[in-house]
Write a protein that binds this ligand. Structure first.
Ligand code: PEP
Ligand code: MG
Length: 595
């Protein structure tokens, strides 16, 4: 792996997205749109294959530009053709192609990295030219580099799923699809420029139990593939090119941290009961089918949220077929037995993947996402429902509808579910008609109207990740506004208190599956507000269970009643910070030593 000759060490603060410490070497992913690629050393034989890929990419890019040119000519006449002529000339430039091929052969690197290197060099040279017209050519070079990289990413590419050494992934953004593609056996941790604590890359990093720091803003600018790096996912910082002494002390810290985590995840399946004997149910949030094996290890009582859209990882535009879905859902049903599993129907869009043809929305968080997309792409929804109904052999699967804003959406979804049942029955297919349908409370309008939803849904599930995003109008994945993403904001606490009241009155089961449930302090606050079922990353269950076992609800309840009357998040934090350590001294002392 290439090593950086820049010995200056850099410390960058970000958001502590997934706890633990990783010490290793950087593998920097570069990115064009949603295509990510990275530097890789290749053998002489692979280099020949890379040269072939490069030539094919040039040929395809030329064909694309010619097609656009003739289309433009048809629409605008001939006068704008010269822009594309310039691109075509560059794509035909033997010197340029030859230089990229030479990079592959002599440096033994992948085609993507060769294109990036050559484009950076040529664009850099143009940028230094005084003549403004020629200087502008740098952006043309960028443009064709993007086209080539996109083209390369669409072809069979070097396989990121067979990394041959341990690396720390450094990227601008970590797309769930990239994580799905990586060989996680060789990934030690993640560091990204963008992202908030509930962005999906942070959620997956926690799910796979790897340390991660997000929202670093400038880590990709500072890091080179091969640099030494320390990711402190507990403190939320990254050290690039640290001195030997620093590396040693972090390795020691990593070992202490691991030992403490092992202590708390001792495989205990003691129930989460408060000192005054109130039982809290801890269920698991699951993204990857492989996590299912760890449920009993962490003592999860079934799956409270299966994020089914992760079935789309790495495969769009291809869709997961009914049989494949059936197998996965049946596995979930069997693994969770009587505790059961709630399958959240595809929650595509927003900051996740979306279906082909729906990618270009100006404001995806408010766009055609989640249930809105399922109701539009009806066949995909029907297929999913069919697979769930058929897989529910144990009778303990449930369906959850994401991002519901209106009762109309619930009724329409239920009608589709009924139609699928009828269709299965009339064609003689075996299925289980008993499938409770829950509504996720993630939109403020749904929270305000929860009494109405409680009557038509079999249960309510509060998705605080999105609920906070929409309540406080703060993008959950945007590091620039991460300071405003405040789970303990009094408005959030009041909304949850309202939901608890409404659900109790309607006698509707209420659970909560946002990331708040995975933070011991916030989880305790939720219990104090009256939530009795939490669903969280399996790896966080032991810590949250310990927190719950250390509190006395009769003392916690009045604390939360006071918290909802406060005016600011800082006041809430100060109140909890003062009283929780007094109420559960041992647990909170241990917790602060983890940081
Ligand atoms: C939520 O929004 O709280 C939630 C659980 O769903 P997701 O994080 O997948 O959007
Ligand atoms: Mg959500």
């Amino acid at each position: 792996m290439e090593s950086s000759n820049n010995s200056r060490d850099v410390r960058i603060k970000g958001l502590a997205a997934s706890p633990g410490i990783a010490v290793g070497r950087v593998l920097r992913l570069d990115e064009r749109g949603r295509h990510q690629f990275y530097y890789m050393e290749v053998s002489a034989q692979q280099a020949r294959a890379e040269v072939k890929r490069l030539r094919e990419a040039f040929a395809e890019a030329r064909a694309q530009v010619k097609e656009i040119r003739s289309k433009l000519k048809g629409e605008l006449g001939g006068q704008h053709e010269y822009i594309l002529d310039a691109h075509l000339l560059m794509l035909e430039d033997k010197h340029l192609i030859g230089e990229a091929e030479r990079e592959i052969r002599t440096l033994r690197i992948n085609a993507e990295w060769a294109v990036r290197n050559v484009a950076d060099r040529v664009a850099g040279a143009y940028r230094h030219i005084r003549d403004p017209y020629l200087r502008e050519r740098a952006s043309d070079i960028e443009d064709i580099a993007t086209r080539l990289l996109t083209t390369l990413s669409g072809h069979a590419r070097l396989n990121m799923s067979t990394l041959d050494r341990d690396v720390v992934i450094v990227a601008e953004t970590l797309w769930p699809s990239t994580i799905g593609e990586l060989d996680l056996n060789h990934v030690l941790g993640f560091a990204t420029d963008t992202g908030g604590l509930t962005s999906h890359s942070a959620i997956i990093a926690r799910a796979v139990g790897l340390p991660a720091v997000v929202g670093l803003r400038e880590v990709t600018r500072n890091a080179q593939t091969g640099d030494a790096i320390i990711v402190d996912g507990t403190a939320g910082e990254v050290l690039l090119r640290p001195a030997k002494q620093g590396i040693r002390s972090y390795i020691e810290k990593r070992e202490r941290d691991r030992a403490r985590r092992l202590e708390t995840s001792d495989g205990s399946t003691e129930p989460a009961v408060t000192i005054d004997d109130v039982r809290i149910k801890l269920r698991a949030n699951v993204e990857l089918p492989t996590e299912v094996e760890s449920l009993s290890l962490f003592g999860a009582e079934g799956i409270g949220l299966y994020r089914s859209e992760f079935l789309f990882l790495n495969r769009l535009p291809e869709l997961p077929a009914e049989e494949e879905q059936y197998d996965v859902y049946r596995r979930l049903a069997e693994a969770t037995g009587d505790d059961g599993a709630s399958i959240r129907v595809f929650d595509l869009g927003g900051d996740k993947l979306t279906l082909e043809g729906f990618e270009d929305e100006v404001n995806p968080a408010l766009g055609l996402r989640a249930i809105r997309l399922s109701l539009k792409a009806r066949e995909i929804f029907q297929t999913q429902v069919r697979a769930i109904l058929r897989a529910n052999s144990t009778g303990h699967l449930r369906i959850v509808l994401p991002l519901i804003s209106t009762l109309g959406e619930v009724r329409e979804a239920k009608q589709i579910i009924d139609e699928v049942k009828e269709e299965l029955a009339s064609s003689g297919v075996t299925y289980n008609p008993n499938l409770p349908v829950g509504v996720m409370i993630e939109v403020p309008a749904a929270a305000l109207m929860a009494d109405k939803f409680a009557r038509e849904a079999d249960f309510l599930s509060v998705g605080t990740n999105d609920l906070i995003q929409y309540l406080l109008a703060v993008d959950r994945a945007n590091e620039n506004v991460a300071y405003l993403y405040q789970p303990l904001h009094p408005a959030v606490l009041r909304t949850i208190a309202h939901l608890v009241r409404v659900a109790q009155k309607a006698q509707a089961p209420l659970e909560l599956c946002g990331e708040m449930a995975a933070s011991p302090i916030q989880a305790v606050a939720l219990v104090g507000l009256g939530i009795r079922t939490l669903s969280l990353a399996p790896t966080s269950i032991p810590l949250v269970r310990n927190a719950i076992r250390s509190i006395d609800l009769s003392r916690l309840r009045p604390l939360l009643s006071e918290a909802v009357k406060l005016a600011t998040t800082a006041e809430v934090e100060a109140l909890l910070g003062k009283h929780l350590p007094r109420q559960a001294p041992q647990f909170f002392a241990a917790l602060s030593s983890l940081g």
